[in-house]
Write a protein that binds this ligand. Sequence first.
Ligand SMILES: Cc1cc2nc3c(=O)[nH]c(=O)nc-3n(C[C@H](O)[C@H](O)[C@H](O)COP(=O)(O)O)c2cc1C
Length: 222
Amino acid sequence: MAGASIAEDQDSKNDSLTAGRITLERDLIDLLLTRRSVVANQLGEPGPGRDQMDLILTAGIRVPDHGKIGPWRLQVLDKQAQAELGEVLAGEFLARFPEANEKQVAFERNRPQRAPGFIVVSSRLNRQHKVPEIEQLLSCGAVCTNILNAAVALGFSAQWLTEWPAYNDAVKAALGVPGDQHIIGFIYIGTAAEPPGERVRPERDAVATYLSSLPASAEPTD
Ligand SMILES: Cc1cc2nc3c(=O)[nH]c(=O)nc-3n(C[C@H](O)[C@H](O)[C@H](O)COP(=O)(O)O)c2cc1C
């Protein structure tokens, strides 16, 4: 399996990097079948080191990308940058809710610092390109999913959040995200204090159908 040989190459480069890494096909499907998010405020140290973060980013951008546009940008904020972003959030929150109490403002200030690893994924859509915007946005979403899976493959836990800051102009400006682009997600990565419980999932057969002929009705099926 190609993935195994890539993993072996990287294993030989740096064994400590690959602790907990998947190397077998079986492990990959298990990961996909069992991955769970862990809420950001339950993600503690350790977070990914620099080499591990590099792997997560490299895996993150290995996504389907119609037209080779690369319509995404990734920013990894260290503790200082997370704290600076927290100040922006606290300021914006207070501007919107001047009556907010100290605890609420402190929560906003801490919001980007809930986990040791913090990646901002934003769009860089090329609206002149013939590939439709929706496809470029879907590629951005795929980056976030790949980041989650890569983080879990390295033994971490993660959560993809947007919350109000993703839709706030001052937050976008502070991160250098142009007004006509989107913050696709804030990805929090760290180590879970305890494994998460399962979450109710849609039944596969309620959403997926094998067709041997087209549906009789022209109406969309539920
Ligand atoms: C684009 C996007 C934005 C999300 N934003 C939030 C959010 O702001 N707050 C939240 O609680 N969950 C949010 N989620 C959901 C979590 O990422 C996650 O799916 C949820 O915690 C369930 O975990 P699971 O990955 O184990 O299904 C978002 C998911 C997506 C795809």
